[in-house]
Design a protein around this ligand. Sequence first.
Ligand SMILES: Nc1ncnc2c1ncn2[C@@H]1O[C@H](COP(=O)(O)OP(=O)(O)OP(=O)(O)O)[C@@H](O)[C@H]1O
Length: 250
Amino acid sequence: MADPVLDLRGLSKSFGALKATDDVSLTLYKGEIHALIGPNGAGKSTLMGLISGKTAPDAGQVMLNGADITTLSVARRARAGLGRSFQVSSLIPDYSALRNVMLALQARQGHSYRFLRPVNHDAPLRDGARALLARVGLAPRASVEAAMLSHGERRLLEIAVALALAPKCFLLDEPMAGLGAEGTARLVTFLRALKQEAPILLIEHDMDAVFQLADRISVLVYGRIIATGSAAEIRANPQVRAVYLGEETA
Ligand SMILES: Nc1ncnc2c1ncn2[C@@H]1O[C@H](COP(=O)(O)OP(=O)(O)OP(=O)(O)O)[C@@H](O)[C@H]1O
């Protein structure tokens, strides 16, 4: 098997006596969606923070395409190829959808965000941004301010912004949150296509979406991964049923 794109090795993080992340190892391979599920407080957000660089681990490593990125800043990780979308929006609300994507493209090319008039006159940048908007299905909404887009459209725009940085993998933190049935269905279809471009580590509370999408699922409980497997394996795992799925249906 090829080497993993993202390789988490023995990550640990404590807050006082609480082990929020306890020796977590997890791999993400090319072409796959690996979902991370677990009850509230299991440590999903903490683990996401360790991967994205928001939080420094007490122990362990984050490897991206074989390179150790554990000590890189959030920005440098993004430039190294870690694509992210968060529960909290990273969009500039009073800029159009097109301009948000153009800025991201410019950041990739120019290594920093520059709020310049010439951006608007840069035809290749504009064409590139239009192509990305078309990919996520937002071409007709290119000139609409981010703040005026629907919640679902903003989620798609965030993915277009992440795509602009040509990531090696995606970390998606609850992308379905707040989407209705229709928005979720559209995003499920889109993520199935997106994983071919870059594999996705998906944290998601919507179990239907997880079981539809995930090639593999890892279950986190009290900071530890208690099982990793296919959707069928996870559904059938008695330990998972007891501590997690049982609780969900209770
Ligand atoms: N900065 C912090 N200081 C102290 N304790 C923290 C901190 N961040 C998280 N925790 C604790 O670590 C544990 C894991 O929290 P975390 O937010 O990572 O879980 P989660 O799985 O993301 O939960 P949820 O699904 O509710 O968002 C919780 O007990 C939480 O109270």
